[in-house]
Design a protein around this ligand. Sequence first.
Ligand code: SF4
Ligand code: FES
Length: 200
Amino acid sequence: VVFESDCREGVCGACGFLVNGVPHGPVDNTPACRQHLRAFPKATRLRLEPWRAAAFPVIRDLVVDRTALDELIRAGGTVDVAAGTAPDADDVAQPRQQAERALDFAACIGCGACVAACPNGAAMLFAGAKLAHLSLMPTGRHERARRARGMARTLDEFFGPCSVYGECVPACPAGIPIEVIARLNREVLRAGWLGRGRDD
Ligand code: SF4
Ligand code: FES
């Protein structure tokens, strides 16, 4: 059976498939590589399937093509100024609480379980985690509106709409909260109000 894995410690997002119909497996907020057979004390047979999502075509067995998530990241971009060498960590001041919050959202490992769990095949939890994280960072501020527009366009292109079912939240191994979807909508609205000519 062909499957993907890399870190096997829950930080890379490479693994992921359905175990008895549940993204990653029966233990909430835990990636496939961190699930244990002891979670199935009575099972003699497990049903393993690749992610079920139109945005993720099956390559082989349990391996799917998650390029659509890469397209979302590409649309969001990061910082497009010539920044030179990496600055010292304490050069760019940021309130501690805000930095901690940004780190919570940066925990997304890009596994795609949220898309597979969603009956609409939406990627709002993934995109929301990225937008929430980047909008809190002091760097890349002037791309903020452009980033929101680009990611919203790419969401429409590859993924289904969000009906706030919330199936994505227990499937997420990074524990990304559903509030990121509200943050995403706020970022997109803000970008709309600013208008196409402005990026700040
Ligand atoms: S939001 Fe959670 S489930 Fe979705 S890609 Fe990121 S880590 Fe995976
Ligand atoms: S193999 Fe890296 S998260 Fe599972």
